[in-house]
Design a binder for this molecule. Structure first.
Ligand code: NAD
Length: 489
């Protein structure tokens, strides 16, 4: 059981009327309240431009908790800690009122000057907000000052650097928590335990026993109403630069000497530094891009990406990426890490498949081939592990049959796993940055991705090249087939 340590802080949410705040942040804070991490000594300020009153804001917060209310934890009581401040982040004057309210709540709730600023807004405002927080004295308090920011963290290395410099005017690196909600997922955090708490796994975790590793983050939804954002981003920037490279670094890193934030980050950075740089013509050998066209899914006719709102009818933006990554170090030399992610694919799943090498010869031979051993880590929607093995088929003779050993994470004690946001907000309040991205990781990832993006932006692809409801373009299958493998489904 996690020790329940009460957190004392003022949490200021910029973008308090937005989608993220409503769908994720308020429910997560309520869960922390029901679990005793937040009790009496906390307050939340929601800020946005709309002229809401405290009462109206509290009603909205209560509404966001529909269906998750817990007995004994009145949503009204929880919402009484919430305050609304109408505030245009570009207007200097409104920071004065916000500062007065912050100081008042600090006294009222005895918050010891602890402040968490959550920027749930478009990133082009981050620099302005950070410099105002500094110039208006928000961070000169006795307690901690921490900043949580959302992706996208830049759209290339240069813009990420610029953004980082603007944040660093007000916050030190160890005060900046760059959220990557995949890192808050239960089974992503489980990777370290699976690897470092099981000798049978860790001793096989290298190029002598592993054939290839596959990381799949597939979505069934299309771009929906986010066309404007997605046109600027595409799957490479939206998914590979952050979530996928973070997962790859957790899978590939060396065992840290201790499970501290600093040691784990150090090993992740080393793994990212070992990534083989792919540039120029090689991009076409190691990377495949795709864009979905129209298709029929579950009997419903769906439009293609180019027909979506705010999307260029001739768009060159990729909605799918598959790649073969190589990690050039002693442990992983020669082992491909295949990654793929995309929209409008045949199924929604996030999973990691570790494919082990075959046994030296098949003693049970004849016509029958042995299935390979695969360790699958299911991240979402299912959470758990499956180990694919071979056993004897019952009865006479020595025929083999494949079986699966399954562990479904949520079943043993019926416990629902906490939302990623809940865990990450709690970690931030606790000062634990292990599952947030360090600037060194962000900059290395951009450096890797930029080289691919540059090649792609200079050549026009024959899009669309996959049908909605399939698993992406045929070239993605060829990418693994040319090495003698296939995607693990
Ligand atoms: P949203 O458009 O729903 O909300 C934006 C908020 O910012 C609103 O409260 C709006 O009133 C406020 N705002 C805009 N301009 C302002 C100004 N000048 N002054 C004060 N307030 C202003 O956006 P969202 O979906 O909540 O996303 C917020 C951030 O989180 C974005 O960076 C987004 O990329 C990121 N994000 C969102 C999700 C999600 O699930 N919604 C997931 C991952 C990342």
């Amino acid at each position: 059981m996690t020790e329940v340590k009460e957190q004392v802080a003022l949490i200021t949410i910029f973008g308090g009327t937005g989608d993220l705040a409503n769908r994720k942040l308020y429910p997560s804070l309520y869960h922390l309240f029901t679990k005793g991490f937040l009790k009496e000594n906390f307050a939340v300020i929601g800020t946005a431009r709309r002229p809401w009153t405290n009462d109206f804001f509290r009603e909205k917060v209560v509404e966001s908790l529909k269906g998750i209310e817990e007995e004994g934890f009145d949503p009204q009581d929880f919402a009484s800690h919430f305050y609304y401040q109408s505030h245009d982040v570009t207007n200097r004057e409104s920071y004065v009122q916000l500062k007065d309210l912050s100081d008042e709540l600090d006294k009222k709730y005895e918050l010891q000057g602890n402040r968490l600023f959550y920027l749930a807004m478009a990133p082009n405002f981050f620099g302005t907000i950070a410099s105002r927080l500094k110039s208006e004295g928000f961070v000169d308090n006795d307690g901690f000052s921490r900043l949580i920011i959302e992706k996208p963290f830049g759209r290339d290395l240069a813009s990420a650097q610029e953004l980082n410099e603007s944040l660093r005017q007000a916050f030190a690196e160890n005060e900046i928590y760059r959220i990557d909600h995949y890192l808050g997922k239960e089974m992503i955090q489980n990777i370290s335990v699976i690897r470092f708490a099981n000798s049978i796994i860790e001793s096989l975790w290298n190029n002598r026993y592993i054939d290839n590793v596959q990381v799949t983050l597939s979505e069934t939804l299309g771009v929906e109403d986010r066309g404007r954002y997605y046109e600027e981003s595409g799957a490479l920037r939206d998914m590979v630069q952050n979530h996928i490279l973070q997962i790859v670094s957790l899978l590939a890193m060396e065992p840290p000497i201790k499970l501290t934030t600093q040691e784990i980050r150090h090993e992740k950075v080393r793994a990212l530094r070992s990534l083989r740089v792919i540039e120029g013509e090689d991009v076409y050998k190691y990377f495949v891009r795709g864009q979905y066209g129209p298709g029929t899914v579950d009997g419903e006719q769906l439009e293609g990406y180019r027909q979506a709102e705010n999307v260029d009818p001739d768009s060159n933006t990729e909605t799918f990426v598959a790649a073969k990554l190589m990690i050039d170090n002693f442990r992983w030399s020669g082992v491909p890490f295949y990654i793929r992610t995309g929209k409008r694919l045949a199924k929604k799943a996030t999973q990691i498949a570790i494919q082990f090498k075959s046994v030296p010869m098949n003693l049970f031979g004849g016509q029958q081939s042995l299935a390979g051993n695969v360790l699958v880590i299911h991240i979402q929607p299912d959470e758990g592990i499956t180990l694919h093995m071979n056993v004897k088929e019952p009865g006479q003779g020595m025929l083999t049959m494949p079986i699966n050993l399954n562990y479904a994470h949520s079943s043993p004690d019926g416990m629902n796993t906490p939302e990623a946001y809940e865990k990450l907000i709690q970690d931030c309040l606790n000062g634990d940055a292990t599952y947030f991205s360090h600037w060194d990781e962000v900059s290395l990832s951009w450096n890797f991705v930029d080289k691919v993006a540059n090649v792609w932006s200079n050549t026009k692809e024959h899009f669309p090249n996959y049908t909605s409801g399939t698993m992406g373009p045929k070239e993605a299958d060829k990418l693994v087939a040319q090495d003698g493998f296939e995607w693990f489904e």
